[in-house]
Design a binder for this molecule. Structure first.
Ligand SMILES: Nc1ncnc2c1ncn2[C@@H]1O[C@H](COP(=O)(O)OP(=O)(O)O)[C@@H](O)[C@H]1O
Ligand SMILES: [Mg+2]
Length: 377
């Protein structure tokens, strides 16, 4: 075993450092006898070449050596165009789709080693799923749909009723308890889907394009409610979307996929300011920069001496609000967080940050491979 780095005195207990979910070198290959390709652990050498070899033989590598962690309480967003492998990955996480190779660790335990029976228990108790097309049972009322997984859990009626009431209030469906799915709007149906997935009190919450079928205004409202639910429940979440603006609103971190592979994992602002390539830059093209970027995102790399003495501005100030303050201030402003000086922003540092993006956008425009962002996923 490698020697562990020395722990600082105030380290969090080791248990809390274990990610809630860890996906390691995950492959899903559709086609005949995909296992054949993994005999000699060839994955570790050159996954991209391996995937190319598979494609040349008519197989479909839908997830190519995908690795990521989701922390407790984190909203981890998977993005990518239609066909990039998002649904495949999220389904592999609960083994609704059987991975071809790799490890899926939930609380440090490998799901791929679980028996069918253990897996059913894990899915019933630990994992909640929400789908784009709601997936409700048409012949069951709202209450019955939500109570369905609780019956599978074997909960007594009293407990079922109290759980159902709780989640119905949580998603704002009071008064619609007896309705059937066809009597509800799309937004209301998805509320039922959300309530049903939360009724079992899962720790890992998987949502595959939950709002993509909804009208833009309803979608925004659902995003707000989703965030308010998450503030109360603090689930560990994997959320799929093909809409970068949606990802921007809700993500702690974003993983961008293309052709089954990870292109970049980072905070939304990392993808905006330091896109890994033109593909990422193109994805973030429609982002209203001046409203999204904050003073803390455009700090000067070299901090001029004495900059702490400059007039201060809070780290969370948007560029929109920063611009008028910065106009005519060549020496810049001190940026503070909770009153602490964390760096300095100057007209040059701001232009530098924006220019890096413009560079990549220029490249994306000239390139041939610009993705059709906004394509349904
Ligand atoms: N059951 C299947 N059999 C064969 N190919 C599949 C199957 N499911 C998905 N695929 C292929 O895997 C790739 C990724 O699909 P998917 O994960 O659904 O992408 P996304 O959710 O990003 O739109 C696509 O090329 C798709 O055609
Ligand atoms: Mg999909």
């Amino acid at each position: 075993m490698p020697t562990a780095a020395p722990e600082p005195a105030d380290a969090t207990p080791a248990a809390s450092l274990v990610p809630k979910l860890s996906c390691k070198n995950l492959w899903k290959v559709y086609g005949s006898n995909p296992q054949h390709w993994f005999r000699d652990n060839a994955v570790t050498t050159d996954p991209v070449a391996l995937a190319q070899g598979m494609r040349a033989k008519g197989l479909i590598p839908a997830a190519v050596n995908v690795s990521f962690d989701v922390a407790k309480g984190e909203i981890f967003v998977i993005m990518g165009l239609s066909g990039s492998g998002k649904s495949t990955v999220v389904r592999c996480l609960s083994r609704l789709v059987e991975p071809t190779y790799g490890e899926i660790l939930l609380d440090g335990e490998d799901l791929l080693r679980k028996s069918a029976r253990e897996l059913i228990e894990i899915r019933r108790h630990k994992i909640g799923m929400v789908f784009q097309n709601f997936g409700l049972m048409p012949h069951l009322s709202v209450i019955e749909n939500i109570a369905f997984p609780l019956r599978l859990q074997g909960l007594a009626e009293r407990e079922r009723r109290s759980r159902v009431e709780k989640v119905i209030a949580l998603v704002g469906l009071e008064g619609r308890e007896k309705s059937y799915p066809h009597q509800l709007s799309g937004g209301q149906q998805q509320r039922v889907g959300i309530a049903r997935s939360l009724a079992t009190e899962p720790e890992l919450w998987l949502l595959d394009e939950p709002f993509s079928a909804l009208d833009p205004m309803i979608r925004r409202q659902m995003q707000d409610e989703f965030l308010s639910i998450q503030r109360k429940l603090r689930k560990s979440i994997v959320f799929i979307t093909h809409d970068f603006l949606e990802a921007l609103r809700i993500a702690d971190r974003i993983m961008l996929m293309r052709d089954g592979q990870i292109v970049q994992i980072g905070r939304p602002v990392d993808l905006i300011i330091n896109p890994a390539d033109e593909y990422v830059a193109e994805f973030t093209r429609d982002v209203p920069l001046v409203r999204v970027l904050k003073a803390a995102d455009v700090l000067a790399e070299k901090v001029p001496e004495g900059s702490a003495a400059l007039p201060g501005v809070d780290a969370e100030t948007t560029i929109e609000d920063l611009l008028p303050m910065l106009a005519g201030r060549h020496d810049g402003l001190s940026v503070t967080r909770s009153g602490q000086h964390i760096g300095c922003v100057t007209p040059t540092s701001l232009i530098d940050a924006l220019a890096r993006r413009a560079d990549l956008h220029g490249a994306a425009m000239r390139g041939t491979k610009s993705p059709a962002v906004g394509d349904a996923g």
